[in-house]
Design a protein around this ligand. Structure first.
Ligand code: AMP
Length: 369
């Protein structure tokens, strides 16, 4: 992902795909024009990369020139096309091929046709690397199209966002949702995830989702989901992935405008981690870090028994259930450390000490992300 000015963009079309599309266009045009020596005309500024790569691949003699038109302001195509540099040579009787980087509304093409109306060219052919069919509002024939793309703003390969991005060799697409910070707060039961999440969500303006809390809310309200989850939770076992993942997706969707999330108690299995990745991708986002609170087992058991005196949680009241939850953690959940470590996203934090000290330790990790 890249940031240009205030906006974020994600990878969209690779340099290799562009190269293949340009080769095909060059060969198709060369085959169709036979012995004709065409004049290729690039529309500046955007087309400079396309024209350069295109003519290098064009297998026959040709001429190249440019005209300069301006139509974009920010991310919106502008009706008002300005002609900054017009035609500088006589093209009477010539076969002219306009080489465009992108055609979206087609406003630029109107200006091109206006320019050529009084030129006595033999033929005027339009070729474009990128084409947005959903945005195109004109009737001019497009003779050659490299790659059709959806109607979303793109940068790179000659295309800019307010001056930036033209130099990038591949194409990026604007992100539809704003940049989010998404954290997985990790650690065994009793590590202090819920307590710390309360502080961190305020400090970083994030939405806190605790799957355990959502299940308990459902149990309290006697929903079908609650009844299902209760049978597992009472034994200290994990609720099945299918149920948990569906619930988590719904919780995230309820907070479409969030700056990001603190996931507490999720993911707990490989399948959940993979589902979370898919979910984040669908939001044009990702998990930035898994931050783990590291606490010794015996300290955990002591903390949970203590909490059980007041929490009203049946799974905190009984030492054997507590130990089962810790076992579930080590057999099914702890493996996720490797999952996030392999992406350089795992950060361990000492979870023993005062609540304030631990918040400071966690903040130090988050501030560096
Ligand atoms: P917690 O409040 O995080 O300690 O969770 C309490 C209980 O809720 C767990 O012991 C599980 O039975 C259930 N639970 C919470 N989150 C998940 C999850 N991500 N996957 C499966 N079960 C969960």
């Amino acid at each position: 992902m890249i940031k240009l000015h205030d906006k974020y963009f994600k990878p969209f079309i690779s340099a290799q795909e562009i190269d293949t599309a340009i080769s095909k266009m060059a060969n198709d045009i060369a085959a169709d024009l036979g012995d004709e020596v065409p004049v290729f005309i690039g529309i500046l500024n955007g087309s400079f990369m396309v024209v350069s790569d295109f003519v290098k691949k064009y297998p026959k003699p040709c001429e190249v020139t440019f005209i300069k038109l301006a139509s974009y302001e920010g991310v919106k195509s502008n009706e008002d096309i300005q002609r900054l540099i017009g035609l500088t040579q006589d093209l009477t009787g010539r076969t002219v091929v306009i080489l465009e980087d992108i055609i979206d509304t087609g406003n630029t093409l109107t200006e091109v046709h206006r320019i050529f109306k009084n030129e006595k060219v033999k033929s005027l052919i339009i070729a474009t690397l990128f084409y947005k069919p959903e945005a195109y509002k004109k009737d001019y024939k497009l003779h050659y199209v490299g790659i059709e793309i959806p109607n979303k703003f793109i940068v790179g390969y000659g295309l800019d966002y307010d001056g930036l991005g033209r130099d990038i060799p591949e194409v990026y697409q604007i992100k539809t949702t704003q940049h989010m910070t998404n954290l997985v707060l990790f650690g065994p039961p009793g590590a202090g995830k819920g307590t710390q999440a309360e502080f961190l969500k305020e400090k970083y303006s994030l939405v806190h989702i605790s799957t355990g809390d959502v299940f308990r809310f459902n149990i309290k309200n006697e929903t079908a989901l609650g009844m299902l989850a209760k049978s597992y939770m009472d034994k200290g076992e994990l609720v099945p992935d299918e149920v948990t993942i569906k619930m988590l997706n719904a919780e995230v969707d309820k907070n479409a405008d969030a700056n990001g999330f603190i996931f507490d108690g999720f993911p707990r299995t490989d399948a959940q981690a993979e589902a979370l990745e898919v979910l984040m991708e669908s939001k044009d986002s990702s998990i930035n870090a898994m931050i783990a609170l590291e606490v010794d087992d015996e300290v955990l058991v002591g903390r949970l028994l203590e909490r059980g005196k007041t929490s009203g949680r049946t799974d905190d009241a009984d030492e054997s259930i507590i130990r089962n939850r810790i076992t579930e953690y080590y057999t099914k959940t702890a493996i996720l450390k490797d999952y996030y470590s392999s992406q350089n996203k795992y950060f361990g934090v000492d979870g023993v000490g005062s609540i304030e000290d631990i918040t400071v330790r966690l903040s130090a990790v988050i501030d560096k992300l």
